[in-house]
Design a protein around this ligand. Sequence first.
Ligand code: HEC
Ligand code: HEC
Ligand code: HEC
Ligand code: HEC
Ligand code: HEC
Ligand code: HEC
Ligand code: HEC
Length: 467
Amino acid sequence: MLPWGKPEKVCKLMMLKQRPLLLTLLAVAIIAAVAFFFVSRSGNSITELEDVVRYIEPEAYYVTGAHYKLATTPAGQGKVILPRELDVGEFGKEPEFQREVGFVGPDVCKECHEENYSTFIETAHYRTSALPNDRTMKGSLSDSSELIQTRVNPLRYEVSEKDGDYYQSVLLDRDGKTWNHQQHVDIVTGSGKNGQSYLFWQKDRLYQLPISWLKGVGWVNSPGYTDGLANFARPVRDDCMACHSTKMDFARRKLNLADRHTMILGVTCERCHGPGQKHVEFHRANPDAASKHIVHPGLLPRERMNDVCSQCHSGSSKLLQPAYSFRPGEDLSKYRKFTTNGEKAGGVHTANQFPRLRKSKCYQSSDTMSCATCHNPHRNERDRPDIFSNRCQKCHQPEACGQFSTLGQKIATNCIDCHMPKKMNKSITFDSDDADAFNQVRDHFIRIEPAATAEVIQRWKTEKQTK
Ligand code: HEC
Ligand code: HEC
Ligand code: HEC
Ligand code: HEC
Ligand code: HEC
Ligand code: HEC
Ligand code: HEC
């Protein structure tokens, strides 16, 4: 036995004694590393390259069209546009926010509506905007970073991940040096079933990042962006978020200034049912009472029911009221003026489901057909033609179809590929290095379409032969 006790005790004591020294050394090393990082970075920060930086005030962005000029002339090739940094205090007074009150968020609904909640969180609505993490970021990264070349040689992008944070950078080679500008990804938009776009905050201003991700294609220029012009200054307005989230309070007359503490991401319960605070308080106090203070869209007249979905599924419109102010049950035409009659989706990348559906005989000849006739908003029913074909059979027997006599029961599991064929929607494309691309979407004009029928019959024949 050693006089000073067991060896490991000594070891522990020595460690303790040396801890201050170790800590000091560690601190010095960290400071040195951080300092080196910033010195090496700031030396190459793109903002020093004055000829490639344009600062644009968000409110002037769509008015001056300076970015548009750059995008459409050779002068824009290889340029970088950054937003001007604006302090909240620069307005002289606190910005005036459009406050939407009484929202509690979907997790509170879960308390009493567990069943709807548990299936709802699997839907594209719930996932259509989120904070970035390894579950919500669908853009694939081989190794933690990826380089994206543009047509303009020295200008390229890097998307990267570090310790659970995601970044987009633009890199530019000049005079043998590489200059860069890096931006943190703060919000993910798009469930990723087709693609995703990414947003960032600069102070309390919300902007779009230049690189998006498309399923099956990979990283591409964000929709409307020009290849080879790195634009970080496109303001994200309330109308964009109003289709992709439940709520976010924007400032009046300040294009993209928002109070991020008020945001409820995802298109969730209260977007279709109205704010739930009163309902929740009432039922907590009266557990056995019949429902109060909440909208059941299925009990609304069908025009009002369809209005709930048309907020976001009717193509381009002009806002007549603040973007988030519509409440389920109200007449949507007081809030939005639709600028297309249904043939064109206009500037927004929706497939115009409501105006297309409205053209159908099914819709015109029935008093009850609404979006909820075929869609259960609380479930992910994507790619289930059998489920949807059952819904057709609420009103039609398969025997009523002219094809039944030749094709038989087989038609019963897929009415939709013949009568609601998928088609490419021109307004839903992204500009990528090699192609404009986006998945096809389901046309909601239900009709007899010989070309689609011929295609389906051909497909079934081939399937039979290969079996
Ligand atoms: C404290 C419990 C409780 C909470 C929390 C709650 N609800 Fe309810 N909800 C009820 C009860 C009870 C009913 C009536 C049940 C019934 O009629 O079957 C109801 C009914 C409903 C209905 C049907 C209304 C009708 O007219 O039939 C909807 C829609 C609804 N809730 C949505 C929500 C939403 C959205 C949230 C979250 C914002 C929420 N609820 C949170 C208890 C709650
Ligand atoms: C606040 C805007 C908003 C409202 C209101 C809204 N949607 Fe959507 N909906 C979206 C967005 C955005 C997407 C795309 C989600 C994604 O993939 O990122 C979507 C996607 C969908 C999809 C495709 C789901 C999938 O998995 O492919 C269906 C179906 C749909 N909505 C039906 C409806 C119906 C029916 C209503 C009304 C009861 C409705 N939506 C109301 C915004 C909305
Ligand atoms: C009028 C409502 C509306 C506006 C405004 C709008 N979107 Fe969308 N967006 C939709 C709908 C609806 C879809 C789904 C299209 C479909 O599947 O038919 C969609 C799809 C998307 C997708 C692809 C999602 C996926 O995985 O399929 C992305 C990404 C996206 N939007 C981002 C944005 C951004 C960013 C803005 C604003 C700069 C914006 N959207 C403005 C309604 C809107
Ligand atoms: C995209 C719009 C949309 C979203 C988001 C949505 N609902 Fe609904 N909800 C509807 C519609 C439409 C109906 C009526 C369906 C019908 O009658 O066929 C409905 C009906 C209901 C009902 C009454 C009938 C039933 O299914 O029990 C409850 C309760 C309900 N929703 C709760 C919720 C909760 C809780 C959430 C969030 C977890 C939610 N809803 C999200 C559109 C939506
Ligand atoms: C709410 C009831 C209802 C539902 C659900 C419904 N339809 Fe119809 N549909 C009608 C009515 C009513 C007509 C007009 C009378 C008729 O031709 O039977 C019609 C007409 C049609 C026609 C003839 C169109 C033409 O231009 O001549 C086709 C094809 C059709 N439906 C297919 C479908 C398919 C496919 C589905 C499912 C995706 C569907 N319908 C769902 C009610 C419905
Ligand atoms: C007659 C049945 C029917 C009605 C009514 C209907 N839909 Fe659909 N919808 C479908 C079918 C079928 C699909 C394709 C589903 C799939 O392929 O996974 C679809 C797909 C969609 C999609 C996804 C588009 C895509 O391909 O990515 C959206 C968004 C949508 N519907 C919105 C609506 C809205 C909004 C309404 C009301 C205006 C509505 N639908 C009414 C049958 C219907
Ligand atoms: C292989 C393609 C195909 C499939 C699958 C199919 N249809 Fe049809 N349908 C047609 C064609 C084509 C017509 C026009 C009549 C004809 O030439 O046979 C038609 C006609 C109809 C009509 C109008 C009948 C009339 O006399 O006006 C209805 C309603 C209908 N189909 C409903 C359905 C329903 C419901 C389903 C699923 C159970 C379905 N169809 C499946 C191709 C198809």
